[in-house]
Design a protein around this ligand. Sequence first.
Ligand code: T3D
Length: 265
Amino acid sequence: MDGTDVRVEIADGYRVLTLNRPDKLNAFTGAMHRQLRAALDAAEHDKACRAVLITGEGRGFCAGQDLADPEIQPPPGDLPDLGETLEKNYNPLVRRLRALPFPVVCAVNGIAAGAGVSLALAADVTLAGRSASFGQAFVKIGLIPDSGATALLPRLIGPARARAWAMTGETIAAETAEAWGLVWKVVEDAELMTAARALCARFAAGSATGLDGIKRAFEHAAEASLDAQLDYERDEQRRLGRSRDYQEGVAAFLEKRKPVFGGRL
Ligand code: T3D
């Protein structure tokens, strides 16, 4: 039933979205996608929301597509159209996470597999609990990594590791994910949510225009030459240098006090 597969908590300045199908390691169904979309819509609509934190309930983070979801089963005698699932659910999700005007933090609390790994890759900052693990499950069912993984993985961990990992389908430990640059930090399991919440609170108190600008700049850089990126940075700094947050940040520094930034525009 739509409505319970993503739990939403409205915290001070950010929202916590918890994938909530623990018995199935939070594997994605069509219903869960719809609920996540609605939760992201609401977060974006609420100007007081300045970060989202995505995590999983139970021992899993997300096991990718629920392979038993009736919504992806073809009519009897027909073959499935997985492209449609990507077009309808996963591609909009990845695009959305990248386009949101505030940071997306993932707290990987357990096993991430298939598109569950891709979800963690699409976040701006990913923390992993020490017992978390990451599996490129796709090859085991004859698929390629999807939901942006063939683009994002080589950028993050390099093409040699990306290809070998995708082709072996191995499951790697959180420490390896950190050493490879797949996640920002590994923290003790008991401290994962505290660390992830502290990060969101820091973003909520930070410069919303600056954080949004950083997201856009890295997005632009992924497609740009150094020359084009230098021009982009010049134009962005010109724009941001005229912002209220810049004036406040510099004034606070010179006055040796904490800055009080404005909110999302
Ligand atoms: O439409 C499309 O398909 C295109 C989109 C594709 C995107 C993708 O993500 S494709 C990749 C899909 N994911 C997988 O193939 C991963 C499948 N899961 C596993 O390999 C294992 O479950 C794990 C390695 C993740 C964890 O293993 P383990 O031993 O810790 O747990 P388990 O016993 O396998 O799983 C616990 C339960 O969750 C179990 O249910 P049960 O038997 O207790 O009722 C298991 O069936 C269920 N579960 C885990 N992953 C999925 C799942 N059920 C459906 N779909 C899953 N992906």
